[in-house]
Design a protein around this ligand. Structure first.
Ligand code: ATP
Ligand code: MG
Length: 193
């Protein structure tokens, strides 16, 4: 079944540019930007605190319900921004899922600059290396509607242009073309993590 409205999921490892891109994309599409972290906080959709990761544990069931209400009532495109967005919006509601990627050794610098601790950096850089967000998107959503975009060395505006082009069918951005694991830099990165 084709979705009746435009719903774009923006996923990716922390620091790949989801919120920056989603904000700009929502302006471009005259849509609504739903940042999952903020929604969870504002609506009290959490079920506790993860001590190890120092982050809120989202109540996924409650979040699914809240999003169903938002999408059901929306009269404009909805951009859902968060690394668990593929798990909280049913696949038949989704127009496209965009997985943002970033070269892991560049991502490491972005996360260092944010002041993240060593274990949080390691966890996220390893997730990016392995393509965890892509795997999760492919498991939860229709693989035909999953796109992948590398944000390394490009501007947020260029990424947004690529996303609108892929929505219009003018750019492919097919998933599966990005593979950091076979880069010569990986060994050094893993030694340093
Ligand atoms: N092509 C690009 N697209 C998006 N962001 C980019 C790009 N190039 C550089 N950046 C920069 O990368 C950073 C991405 O941060 P942002 O908060 O958007 O990431 P995020 O994926 O939303 O992280 P989190 O999961 O922690 O919310 C910003 O400083 C942004 O300016
Ligand atoms: Mg964000």
């Amino acid at each position: 079944m084709e979705p009746t409205r435009v719903v774009i999921l923006i996923t990716g490892t922390p620091g790949t540019g989801k919120s920056t891109v989603s904000k700009l994309l929502s302006v471009e599409l005259r849509g609504e930007h739903i940042e999952l972290t903020r929604l969870v906080k504002e609506e009290g959709l959490s079920q506790g605190w993860d001590e190890t990761r120092a982050t809120t544990i989202a109540d996924i069931k409650a979040l699914r319900l809240a999003l169903a209400n938002i999408i059901g009532a929306a009269s404009k495109p909805v951009i859902v921004d968060g690394h668990y967005s593929p798990d909280v919006v049913p696949r038949d509601e989704v127009t496209l899922t965009v997985v943002l990627r970033r070269v892991p050794w560049v991502l490491r610098e972005e996360l260092k600059a944010r002041g993240y601790g060593a274990s949080k950096i390691r966890e996220n850089v390893e997730a990016e290396l392995l393509g965890t967000c892509l795997a999760e998107a492919l498991a939860a959503q229709d693989p035909e509607k999953v796109r992948e975009i590398d944000t390394t060395g490009t501007t947020p505006d260029e990424t947004v242009k690529l996303i609108t082009a892929t929505i219009d069918g003018e750019a492919e951005c097919r998933h599966g073309a990005i593979d950091w694991m076979n880069s010569p830099e990986v060994e050094k990165l893993l030694r340093e993590l």
